[in-house]
Design a protein around this ligand. Structure first.
Ligand SMILES: Cc1ncc(COP(=O)(O)O)c(C=O)c1O
Length: 407
């Protein structure tokens, strides 16, 4: 929790609402994740979780690589100091022009979402005379229960493993510009236990072994992630400390892929906890029927906009007075945002301390899928400043540029 006086100082300097990111915390999370994984494993930070350059740079310092999908993210990670060969370009949205831009910038690793995507990479790499290592992303059957996002629904991501299991050797051998380096399996996000996480990695390793048995050499296995962290609430994080031991057992099952490098990906586990959204109460009113409504200067335009995209945010944020609990009684209230849109809820029927207009509040665990995953262009509100700190020193401040530009 941000110290009251520091939060107040930041609000005065940058205005309300305001995202605050604690870079030290992100580095600590990275260290904790590395400690759970096999020694030589790489951790890729999924930049879509939060593309603030200083946050990316902090994770670079902590030893991470990055996973990106778009030219803007490429610019951010290069600015953050990542070498092009520390970047994985992934996602199903690649075009020949995006692939060319990545290759010309020196990016060497690509996750291909289909065989077509792989052949396109191969053709562009051949023409650009650039090396390209491809991971074929594979569909997984059966999502780990309790996951959200990709694995929570019948996923459209990735290719059928049969592409490699049946006649894969010939297909791979026929590639000209790109080389198949390995496979990529991402089973879903927010996997709610060390057991389930280990289970998804075990499944991925089994698939990799089968492919290797079919004669396709794999020197790189990107096993995805799904490492959980609360979103917008002060709930206790799921304890995944047992993952290290479980992974030792899973990792020992590798035979034909024993020498392949292991990669893991994470967005939320690395950066969710470092972010806090500070906001100011604009009004408190009691509606017909007696329900208390607390109106904040932040809402779905700055937080939780991914609800419709399977991020399954259901207006349950924890609203904590910046001044800390006052020991008074809690009241039940709906906490709503500043737009005149009926679904602009921050938390429904939540227990909050007594608040009045002008009070500052904090919403914790919003460093991942916060501002850039929200409806920032809706309702004409200026995006909040985003401030990166170490302790009580401000390292950098940003504001997303908004508004239409004539083209
Ligand atoms: C392929 C892939 N990797 C990594 C991530 C990051 O997930 P998380 O932030 O839950 O760690 C995602 C999120 O959707 C993803 O689709």
């Amino acid at each position: 929790m941000i110290a009251h006086s520091f939060g107040r100082e930041l609000l005065e300097r940058y205005g309300s609402p305001l995202y605050v990111y604690d870079l030290d915390k992100a580095e600590r999370q990275a260290k904790a994740l590395f400690e759970l994984l096999p020694k030589s494993a790489q951790v890729l930070y999924s930049v879509k979780a939060n593309p603030i350059p200083e946050l990316c740079a902090a994770l670079k310092t902590a030893g991470c690589r990055v996973e990106i999908a778009a030219p803007l993210e490429l610019r951010v990670v290069l600015e953050a100091g990542f070498a092009p060969d520390q970047i994985l370009c992934s996602g199903p949205g690649k075009t020949a022009s995006i692939v060319r831009e990545m290759l010309l910038a020196g990016v060497t690793h690509f996750s291909c979402d289909s065989w077509y995507d792989l052949e396109r990479l191969s053709a562009v790499a051949l023409e650009a005379k650039k090396p390209a290592n491809a991971l074929l992303r594979l569909q997984v059957s059966g999502a780990p229960s309790g996951s959200v996002g990709v694995g929570a629904m019948q996923s459209h991501f990735g290719a059928d493993p049969a592409e490699l299991l049946n006649g894969g050797v010939a297909r791979v051998g026929a590639l000209r510009g790109a080389e198949l380096a390995g496979i990529h399996i991402y089973s879903g996000g927010q996997i709610q236990s060390a057991d389930k996480l280990a289970g998804t990695f075990e499944h991925a390793i089994r698939v990799a072994e089968e492919i290797a048995e079919a004669g396709v050499a794999l020197r790189l296995l990107d096993l995805g992630g799904g490492f959980p962290w609360p979103f917008g609430t002060s709930d206790t994080p799921v304890d995944i400390s047992a993952l290290g031991e479980k992974l030792k057992r899973v990792n020992a099952q590798r035979r034909l892929t024993a020498d392949a490098e292991l990669w893991f990906e994470s967005g939320r586990y690395l950066v969710a906890s470092c972010g806090t959204l500070l906001s100011t109460v604009l009004d408190v009113k009691v509606a017909l029927g007696g329900k208390t409504h607390i109106i904040l200067d932040t809402g779905m335009v700055h937080l939780g906009g991914m609800a419709g995209l399977g991020r399954i945010y259901r207006a349950v944020a924890s609203i904590e007075p910046l001044a800390g609990p006052d020991g008074g009684t809690l009241q039940s209230a709906d906490v709503v945002g500043p737009t005149d849109y009926a679904l602009d809820y921050v938390a429904r029927d939540t227990s909050v301390p007594s608040l009045k207009a002008g009070d500052a509040v904090a919403i914790p665990n919003v460093g991942a899928y916060g501002l850039t995953a929200s409806l920032v262009a809706f309702a004409g509100l200026q995006p909040p400043a985003e401030v990166c700190c170490r302790g009580t020193s401000v390292v950098a401040a940003h504001r997303l540029r908004m508004g239409h530009e004539r083209i």
